[in-house]
Design a protein around this ligand. Structure first.
Ligand SMILES: O=C(CO)[C@@H](O)[C@H](O)COP(=O)(O)O
Length: 257
């Protein structure tokens, strides 16, 4: 039986509504940052689990902690201008759309299975992004990792941006490739061979940032290569740059930062 959003505890429904708002708004960052053409990219976010005592007794009775984990992703092939919180699709971590109030025929992104696989296998991941941004995809087309030759890369990715396998679209293959490549790596971006970048983050905003940074460093290292051989950064310096940027840079957990 299909899970219905309206039958889930109120606290879960509220968490879904807030996630839909964030994910819809973040999709606008893809064209704004020049990462996509037409409809070729997607953002998703895991719905944060409300605490067990967050629902008043009068609301649908299930314990929020016992309802299946959910994530929100855009519908497939819909123009970025037409995306809104109302048409964001809600799925279980098996990649199945629930009865979420959208039209039954509205299909989730064609990359839903890949996003779902990542959420099932990487508990710390709260957001996933996929684009076909030009420079990152050009490296993916050659199947070549981006070497860590910029302090910005050391800061953000803690090393090179690796290449994942050539994988078919629509089933678990892409997700498996992402997880196998990024497990044990500090990079939050992977260049899926002949396809394009996938990025992960603690939430969707963090994964969008990684997608923007991935394209920026792909472009800069490409330009540098036109001028000569780039210089690698020594590993101990990469480590200390990564450590500082991840722990000291910015405004801590201030959401305005
Ligand atoms: O790579 C592909 C399809 O080949 C996808 O990434 C699309 O480019 C975006 O698909 P939707 O999210 O709109 O289904």
């Amino acid at each position: 039986m299909t899970l219905a959003l309206t039958e889930l505890p109120e606290a879960v429904q509220e968490a879904v509504a807030r996630t839909r708002e964030r994910v819809a708004a973040l999709h606008a960052e893809l064209p704004r940052n020049g990462l996509v053409v037409w409809t070729a990219g997607n953002v998703s976010e895991r719905v944060p689990r409300p605490s067990a005592d967050a629902s008043p007794a009068s609301t649908p009775s299930a314990d929020p902690a016992e309802t299946p984990e959910l994530f929100v992703i855009k519908p497939s092939g819909v123009s970025y201008d037409d995306l809104s919180p109302e048409n964001m699709v809600v799925c279980t971590l098996d990649g199945e759309k629930i009865a979420d109030g959208t039209h039954e025929a509205l299909s989730p992104s064609s990359d839903t299975a890949a996003h779902a696989y990542v959420y099932r296998h990487m508990d710390h991941v709260g957001g996933v992004v996929h684009t076909h941004s030009t420079y990152a995809t050009a490296w993916a087309a050659r199947g070549e990792e981006i070497p860590c030759v910029l302090t910005m890369m050391a800061d953000e990715f803690g090393g090179p941006i690796p290449v994942g396998p050539l994988a078919v679209i629509g089933d678990d293959s892409i997700g498996r490739g992402i997880v196998e490549t990024l497990r044990g790596s500090r990079s939050r971006a992977v260049l899926m061979r002949n396809h394009g970048p996938f990025t992960i983050g603690r939430d969707a905003r963090d994964a969008v940032k990684a997608a923007v940074m991935c394209e920026e460093v792909a472009r800069t290292v490409h330009v540098s290569r036109q001028l000569g051989q780039e210089l690698e950064i020594p590993e101990n310096l990469v480590d200390s740059l990564f450590e500082r940027y991840q722990n000291v840079y910015g405004q801590g957990d201030d959401p305005r930062a």
